[in-house]
Design a binder for this molecule. Structure first.
Ligand SMILES: Nc1nc2c(ncn2[C@@H]2O[C@H](COP(=O)(O)OP(=O)(O)OP(=O)(O)O)[C@@H](O)[C@H]2O)c(=O)[nH]1
Ligand SMILES: [Mg+2]
Length: 438
């Protein structure tokens, strides 16, 4: 069993050495925000705040935060020599264990920076991969994370050299659960191929489940959204089930499905929770998680959850839309602003004005959850209609399952029945010649 580990108690350098070494002090991290040409400090503020949360979630301590303007990217070191000299002084003076850049570094840049800082240097991608490794629970998620990490690590192995082999790896070099990543460059390709094969097997099983669901015509709704928007909390609230909720980024890495039973309808709706999105989500992760993300593509409806209290809800919405586009998703969505208990009336009015079709809820305070369930039901099963239909007497039994009947009259060998029914079922009964509309 993969045991959940409290990230606040992990020292990454020692994690893979033995269980005894897990509970030691946290690493001190120096965070470096990057402002590129044509970008403003304000543009990058949110990204840097996010980096702080990512570092905390990964179990390190964001001890010092620096921002550097980069006019032109140095192919060897990303930031210029002057800035590096300044930052290495800060790192030395503060006994920093890991330097984290809020950008993507090439394997060579990472190697060069490691030797300059004389400690571990990690980029945003490495950090996100590390959190995925920490949080992956199911076999599939763990294989997917290991695949993404192996692909990321492969060109970086040369730069890690002895450090990695002796210490067992830092952020971005540790496998999911207790797995030790393959660090021998001659063997890594074999491992990548094996992981791909194993994942293919699991995705075949997923296909079987999905075709069963399709055969039974069970509707599937998928919850998507930016990380930490409250997707798992909402799933828990809607379906009255237990899921893992935490104030961490990427608390959910596995895809999870729950049934929503609706009063008066005899078919459940399957609601799936999945991994959250973030700006600059590493492409290797999207690739490796493709099969988990197929659930999002197979859904007939998306619930797109947005944290109403976030500083940049529009940026979060755009990020989610652009990742959905990358996986060729065209499923219609209901936009849901969650955490409205955290915002004041003025902010709510602003969002109401800007996003007229959205639903505003609080999963924690149970505000408007019924409205959301109603909206999901209406979208999946169509409107609730009150109609009079003609039915042959022997077919009356077949209607009870789908409709509530208020009045039955005889009419020239037929029954004239007044029913209340969802459009989805009415169409089904008409196509099967069980009822005729009057
Ligand atoms: N105030 C408030 N907090 C909420 C609400 N819904 C969720 N939260 C909190 O937001 C944090 C994230 O919730 P999750 O449900 O784990 O969010 P998620 O979208 O599943 O996050 P990831 O799986 O990490 O992408 C937790 O601390 C929740 O308690 C809400 O309606 N109001
Ligand atoms: Mg979650």
């Amino acid at each position: 069993m993969n045991q959940r580990i409290n990230p606040n108690q992990i020292d990454r350098k020692l994690l893979t050495v033995s269980d005894r070494d897990i509970f030691v002090t946290t690493q001190k991290a120096l965070l470096i925000g990057i402002i590129l040409k044509n970008e403003t400090r304000a543009d990058k503020e949110e990204s840097l705040k996010e980096l702080v949360n990512l570092v905390k979630t990964a179990g390190s301590n964001p001890t010092i935060i620096q921002t550097k303007r980069v006019e032109s990217i140095d192919p060897k070191t990303f930031i210029g020599k002057g800035s590096i000299a300044e930052l290495t002084d800060i790192s030395d003076a503060n006994d920093i264990d890991v330097v984290i850049f809020d950008c993507e570094l090439s394997p060579n840049q990472q190697k060069e920076l490691r030797s300059m800082f004389k400690c571990d240097v990690v980029d945003r991608t490495g950090l996100i991969l590390d959190i995925f490794a920490l949080h992956a629970q199911s076999k599939e998620a763990r294989l997917q994370v290991e695949l993404a990490l192996s692909i990321y690590l492969k060109p970086r192995l040369a730069g890690l050299g002895k450090t990695l082999n002796q210490q067992g790896g830092g952020i971005g070099t540790r496998g999911p659960g207790e797995t030790k990543l393959e660090t021998d460059s001659r063997l890594i390709d074999n491992r990548i191929n094996k992981l791909k094969k194993d994942l293919k097997k699991i995705s075949k099983q997923r296909e079987v489940q999905s075709s069963l669901r399709k055969k039974n015509n069970t509707p599937l709704v998928s919850i998507v959204g930016y990380t930490n928007a409250g997707k798992s909390t909402l799933l828990e609230k809607i379906t009255s089930s237990k899921t893992y909720v935490a104030n961490e980024l990427f608390a959910t890495v596995d895809s999870l499905q729950r049934e929503l039973k609706i009063d008066g309808l005899n078919e459940p709706i399957i609601i799936s929770d999945t991994v959250g999105f973030i700006q600059n989500l590493p492409t290797t992760l999207i690739e490796s998680f493709k099969s988990t993300l197929t659930v999002v593509n197979e859904a007939s409806l998306l619930i797109h959850v947005v944290d109403a209290a976030s500083a940049l809800p529009s940026m979060h919405i755009q990020t989610v839309h652009s990742i959905l586009k990358q996986i060729n998703n065209q499923v219609p969505e209901i936009l849901v602003f969650n955490k409205i208990d955290k915002i004041d009336q003025a902010s709510k009015n602003f969002l109401l004005e800007k996003f007229k079709d959205a639903i505003f809820v609080s999963a924690i305070e149970n505000i408007n959850i019924d409205t959301l369930i109603q909206e999901i039901t209406d979208k999946i099963f169509g409107d609730l209609l009150n109609v009079v239909v003609l039915v042959e007497p022997h077919n009356l039994d077949k209607i009870y399952k789908f409709a509530s009947i208020s009045d039955v009259k005889n009419s020239e060998g037929f029954l004239k029945v007044n029913i209340t029914i969802r459009n989805h079922y009415l169409e089904k009964l008409i196509t099967k010649d069980i009822v005729k509309l009057l």
